[in-house]
Ligand binder design. Structure first.
Ligand code: BEZ
Length: 425
């Protein structure tokens, strides 16, 4: 069991952190009293989300470890690290894997994270095995600010492969053209393309004369966008830090991958100048209902609860309007409509490209078998007599404006006055 810190936990946790063998791969033993004092500082305010918490052995009620999440900057990217330390008597009982799996599930389901990492000292094979058992894969080596070398293991709900995306998902950008029309971009406008993927629509905005910045959380997709010569940056759209830098924010088929819509909308608000517009399209309530139904029917038979791995947010028009208005936007248009979407190929390619979270635990023949079962479950609803596949997409399309506030209008008038004075002298 993992729970919040209590005063009685301080000394047992300090005993773990001051054990030289336990901490051999974790920076070495800490001073007992220093740990007690450092942990005691957390007590009055309560614990932050990203913090370590005591691990309790259910049978005995004893504290056997300390585990949780830490927020870290790794090579310019804000990452959430999953980390744990276990007391020696708890070794070899599978507790590390149990705790790590529970942390992974909590991160994806409750915290709505899309990615978790573990930073592991080379040679710490026990931790490497735990990372692999919970589905993490070795990504690369990094040198930490203090000079220590660490292996990055990572797990992501959805990974993007630009070649696979280009082969199976070109229709996404093609079908985004009406959203571009709704945006009605003007030459010279500064536009932020939120969730730009491999940059096909970003490139169109640039060709129309906009000064466009594309952002996406996938380094692979951003590399593909940069290869088109675009200003494209790896940014988590749920943590935007732009400040009144854009005339418009545009988003096609990306917002449903962001499960913290309030954070997104607040960041878009900050990114826009007063008078700026937010125009986008995402999957709406009812989107891909047949696929969700098939996942519910098939995945439990393979030991996977699909509810725990859904990486999508499909709101209806009332909910999304309410969220936009709660942030101060004036909604000028919002509609939800079915848009059955013919696929260029097989439903298996769609599943491989877009439903990776559910297939994550499977490889090789087993993966092919799971996909074949999903295909059979989907065939009656989504395949036509000629063998073509059409997915039951539902779109939510909207346009909203950040209105001028009185303060912003005063500031603008003052700026015009300054310019007039400057031109007069
Ligand atoms: C969509 O565009 O609605 C969508 C695409 C892939 C997965 C889920 C939804």
């Amino acid at each position: 069991m993992i729970r919040d810190l209590q005063e009685s936990d301080l000394r047992p946790l300090a005993a773990i952190w001051s054990d030289p063998e336990v901490t051999v791969h974790l920076g070495g033993p800490r001073d007992f009293d220093w740990v007690v004092n450092a942990l005691a500082e957390d007590l009055p305010a309560g614990q932050e989300t990203y913090d370590l918490r005591p691990v309790i052995e259910k049978a005995t009620g004893q504290i056997i470890g300390h585990c949780g999440y830490l927020e870290k900057e790794v090579e310019g990217r804000t990452e959430i690290e999953l980390t744990y330390v276990l007391a020696q008597p708890a070794w070899g009982k599978g507790y590390a894997t149990e705790a790590a799996a529970a942390l992974r599930d909590y991160a994806f389901q409750q915290l709505k994270l899309d990615r978790l990492i573990a930073l592991i000292e080379p040679g710490n094979t026990a931790s490497e095995h735990v990372a692999e058992k919970i589905g993490m894969r070795l990504e690369r080596e990094v040198v930490r600010p203090g000079g220590a070398l660490r292996l990055i293991y990572a797990i992501e709900l959805q990974t993007w492969n630009p070649e696979q995306y280009a082969a199976n998902a070109r229709f996404v950008a093609e079908l985004g053209l009406p959203v571009l029309e709704l945006l009605n971009p003007q030459p010279g406008e500064r536009v932020l393309d939120l969730g730009c993927g491999d940059g096909v629509l970003t490139e169109k905005l640039a060709a129309l004369g906009c000064q466009v910045v594309g952002v996406d959380s996938s380094p692979a997709q951003i590399a593909a966008a940069q290869a088109r010569g675009l200003d494209a940056r790896v940014v988590d759209a749920q943590r935007l830090s732009f400040d009144a830098e854009f005339d418009a924010v545009f988003s096609n088929a990306a917002l449903h991958w962001m499960r913290k819509p309030d954070e997104v909308i607040a960041g878009v608000w900050r990114a826009l100048e007063p008078g700026g517009r937010f125009v986008g399209e995402l999957g709406g309530a009812g989107n891909i209902a047949s696929i969700l139904e098939a996942l519910e029917a098939v995945m439990p038979g393979h030991g996977v609860d699909p509810q725990t791995l859904i990486p999508w947010y499909f709101p209806d028009e009332h909910e999304y309007r309410q969220k936009l208005e709660a942030n101060g936007f004036v909604v000028t248009a919002i509609e939800r409509f079915p848009r059955p979407t013919p696929l260029p190929g097989d439903i298996g390619d769609w599943l491989e490209t877009f439903a990776g979270s559910f297939l994550m635990p499977f490889a090789g023949d087993e993966r092919a078998h799971v996909i074949a079962e999903l295909r059979e479950a989907l065939r009656p609803k989504l395949m036509d007599e000629q063998g073509g596949w059409t997915v039951d997409y539902v779109r939510l399309r909207f346009a909203a404006t950040k209105p001028w506030s009185e303060a912003a209008e005063r500031e603008y008038d003052a700026m015009l006055t300054d310019i007039a004075w400057a031109m007069a002298v």
